[in-house]
Design a protein around this ligand. Sequence first.
Ligand code: ZN
Length: 586
Amino acid sequence: MYPELVQNDNFCYTGDTTSALLDEENTQLLKSYLAQWASSCNVPQATTDYLLNILRKFGHDLLKTARSLQQTRRHVDLKHISSMGYHYLGIAAELKNALRCYSEEILQTTNELHLSLNIDGLPLFKSSRVTLWPVLGSIINLEPEIVFPIALTCGSSKPQDLKFLEETVGELKILMQNGLLIGEKPYSIILSCIVCDAPAKSMAKAIKNHTGYSSCDRCVIRSKSLHRRMTFADSTALPLRTDSSFREQTDPDHHRGYSPFCELRADMVNLFMVDYMHCVCLGVMKRLLLRWIRGEKTTTKHVPFKRPSLSAHQVQIISERLLALKTHLPKIFARKPRSLVEVDRWKATELRQFLLYTGKIVLSGILREDLYEHFLTLNVAICILVSKHETEQLAEFAHKLLTSFVKKCSELDGEMFPVYNVHMLMHLSKDAIVFGGLDKCFAFRFENYMQHILKHVRSGKNPLSQNVKRHKESVTIPFVNDKQSLKNLTSERPNNAYVLENGDLCEILEIPVDSVAPELKCRVFTSKFPLFQSPCTSNLIGAYTTSFHVATIKRIPSSLLASRAILLELGNSKIVFLSIAHEFFY
Ligand SMILES: [Zn+2]
């Protein structure tokens, strides 16, 4: 409860100069800002009501309630589809709203809208099975990146059939045929990819899930059951599935039914990409960590099938190293490293951080040498494939590294290790080439929006209706994902390390105040050495060692900064420099 406002005559609006300043245009602007603030900060209606009351007392001609200000709907039309509550928002309507946040210049030079779709389940409460199944969309050929909902489905189980996708597919079919007219401007609509985790993909494609024998949706490999786990031993040079073989269902073991997406003119095999957030970060990287810490247990006997590779003492040292890195990671990393004791609760972004950056530092000298090199093989391959530029140059090499990684898994980590996610690494580089890097098309962008949706649910009463209402209130501010930016330069560690366009490493020491395009005072490290030499030189992924002894102070134009970096001091004036490869920070 909020306290009632007390009338104070000293501060009460008197009706003189303030009213002159607040013309009609400004009042409308204020209403718009307030509505945006209430929506984007997820402000409770009682708080907004309280603020409106104060502003009205100071003479602002505002509505009395948050409900009126945000034009909250009293009633939302919900249908019952696939045994769940369902509301369709529409692709064209959401695209029109999303396009309003791009500049006129971008819109005039854009003729095609490339869409990425996401289907996933989001448990809403810890204490119940109520799950939201949103169909989300994103325009992937424009920046900034905007995510929007297309359909919202909610119930206490997963959808019983695929009818909840029919309206989305139906509208997509029309838009892909006829395009979309916004004002006078026509846009072609192209469905570039659909991003899902393995269970959602098997549902949307109506194929066997990842525990089936013919579950790979890219090739015809047959897995085998080992201690009740499906493993993929033979992973190389297998015939690939094609769009026609999928539509004709030439491999009956692969299919469970008919996918509504077959209605579209799209490649049913390559349309559903291998998502590296689920497959690599939450899949392979987490599995490697657990394998090293806990060993591999059979499901039939409670004894380790493979012993842990790390002792409790080694795990403790790695955890201490991780915690010591906390203060060395730039603030663009929203999550700082946590101890391995908490590994079960690590989020996908933390696993990505370990895979791309911190893992190679904290495991060095502790993890057995052959296992460390095996991890580096995966590290280098993914560092290449997340970067658009490196993918263009080195995708084939990354594929060779991934092939080598998968082949060695059985030998190093046991024959139970190569499960579905490990096998899918064989198909990862192809998607990176098609989309210009794994960062271009992946579930991280949608995962971020899912957390945004979660905040919309304020109580257990009709969560679907709450979500629709909150979304309708926020249509004036589309959901924008942050991308790494070179703006906001600072001379303070740990946010001042950069790689220059000529490949030199530097840290900013001083930024002149009175200059539009400043020459930065920098410590430049012109001599650098690879952090490791095997499985290849780490120069390929921008991982170096250097020293304060080889640094010189220079004035550098800010335009020469190419990418952000992590600078780690190892003592004795030794430094490790890691280029930041990925673009999106969630
Ligand atoms: Zn395959």
